[in-house]
Design a protein around this ligand. Structure first.
Ligand SMILES: C[S@@+](CC[C@H](N)C(=O)[O-])C[C@H]1O[C@@H](n2cnc3c(N)ncnc32)[C@H](O)[C@@H]1O
Length: 462
């Protein structure tokens, strides 16, 4: 009786390797060549196939050991870095295009991306905020994916990662000149604003009148509506998005809202013409920054941004590394402090208010609706389970987070995240503590000073 013989493909399947890998091993002499059949094709005996399967197993174990050793060395290196970055410049490229509360300094994602990924990989920031990680990923020759439930965050992230063609730069400069002409000839007359002796064009759209009256001087409303109208006439969509973020950037400064982290009224003595001049100065710093970015970022790298809640499990596609800074529970209410900006841009703050994780409003609510540390942990168990679908095996997810105070109790958020992650198949590799610079992150002062934060590095188990 003829003994069973196997083809190259059958042996490769048995050994669990690609046929090309087996052919390479045969070529290199790593495994023995079998006899050939009448057609000249390789014909393996069962014993030869068994030997190759054993070789493949040993090789896989050695590969895992080598990659574990390399990973240990990387984590050791990350542990040894100075993460405080006291003297670092943080506003390079388009990083300073728009203020954003609790944004992290670009040096943090930069170091994590360099150490934990390779050129061409896809880096995700699942709480992308103003797009710090996304911009760093692009300039380090990686693809970027961002998710944020805040529509303003998605807008800023898009603007910060915008590269401009020569045609778009010319259009941006024409728009700037148009605004400059208005600012030079602007005059208040009988309660109305005129430029060039003519009334403003803006029979234009403006948000709810009560909101405008409460938060803005009447001439500021006129100028914002005029800028918005001029901007809407820009035919290029990418440039329109870019300019919308620049308009958003000035709104709190020209409103009566005290600051990005205080939703109380204060008169700021904004004069006619100040609003449009501030917008021009945004254009003057943002256009050269975007031009500089356009020289650095290669077309082959992409940036996708999803304006969705993570609790709705968005479909983001596979990624090689996650670098993010989640909301600290009870620290901030983005939907509230971004409200005037959102209304001017035509977004719905109510939708985001419901979706926002960690908002001060949810953690200070009265009665049984009040969120607790357990709410935060449950939400993160869901997020880690969702993330397992998209983060590749053995890849890393980094979370930059400090403590917070909930109902008078100090909560170690890094420990809480590590526990939630470990319940759904992530392993903690490192927890690095770093000092926060007082000037670099702003939180609601009511919840107390946050001086330290942790960089939690998790690895997805196979
Ligand atoms: C600390 S900030 C991130 C800042 C960001 N690292 C940066 O540098 O700008 C946290 C972000 O989580 C977002 N967020 C809150 N709830 C969310 C949800 N349900 N889904 C997605 N993002 C959410 C907030 O809108 C906020 O932008």
């Amino acid at each position: 009786m003829q003994a069973e013989q196997l083809s190259t493909q059958e042996v490769a399947d048995l050994a669990g390797v690609h046929k090309d890998t087996l052919l390479r091993w045969l070529r290199d002499g790593a495994v023995s060549e079998p006899a050939r059949d009448g057609r000249g094709w390789r014909s393996f005996s069962v014993a030869e196939a068994g030997a190759i399967t054993r070789f493949a197993k040993e090789r896989a174990c050695a590969d895992v050991a080598a990659s574990t050793e390399a990973a240990d060395l990387t984590i050791e290196k990350l542990n040894g870095l100075d993460w405080d970055f006291h003297a670092a410049k943080t506003n390079y490229l388009t990083h300073g295009l728009h203020p954003y509360p609790a944004k992290f300094i670009p040096q943090i994602p930069n170091a994590l991306i360099q150490e934990l990924s390779s050129v061409g990989d896809t880096i995700a920031d699942i709480f992308c905020g103003s797009g710090t990680t996304l911009l760093e990923a692009l300039q380090l020759k990686r693809n970027a994916v961002g998710v944020d439930a805040n529509p303003l965050a998605a807008l800023i992230s898009k603007a910060k990662t915008t590269t401009l063609s020569n045609r778009q730069i010319e259009m941006a400069l024409r728009h700037r000149d148009e605004c400059l002409h208005i600012s030079r000839t602007i005059r208040p007359r009988e309660g109305n604003l005129f430029y060039d002796g003519k009334p403003f064009l803006s029979a234009a759209w403006r948000p709810d009148a009560d909101m405008c009256e409460f938060w803005f001087e009447p001439h500021v409303v006129e100028e914002l509506a005029e800028i918005r109208l001029r901007m809407s006439l820009i035919s290029d969509e990418k440039l329109r998005i870019f300019c919308s973020a620049l308009l958003s950037a000035i709104i709190v400064a020209v409103s009566k809202q005290d600051s990005d982290t205080r939703y109380v009224r204060r008169d700021k003595q904004i004069q006619p013409g100040d609003t449009i001049r501030r917008y021009i100065s945004q254009l003057d710093s943002a256009i050269p920054a975007a031009v500089e970015l356009s020289d650095i970022v290669e077309d082959r790298f992409s940036c996708r941004i999803y304006n969705e809640s993570l609790l709705d499990a968005p479909k983001i596609g596979p990624c090689d590394l996650v670098v993010c800074s989640p909301p600290y529970p009870n620290a901030y209410s983005y939907h509230l402090y971004h409200r005037t900006r959102m209304l001017w841009l035509g977004y719905d703050p109510e939708k985001f208010k419901k979706e926002e994780i960690g908002s001060h409003r949810k953690y200070s609510a009265k009665g049984s609706n009040r969120a607790t540390a357990e709410t935060f942990k449950r939400e993160f168990r869901f997020i880690f389970t969702w993330l397992r679908t998209y983060l590749k095996d053995r890849k890393y997810a980094c979370f930059v987070i400090g403590d917070s105070t909930i109902n008078g109790e100090r909560i170690d958020n890094a420990a809480l995240l590590a526990e939630a992650a470990s319940q759904v198949g992530f392993q903690e590799c490192a927890r690095i503590s770093r000092e926060l610079q007082a000037t670099k992150k702003s939180f609601n002062p009511k919840i107390g000073k946050i001086r330290k934060e942790n960089i939690l590095i998790l690895q997805k188990a196979r």
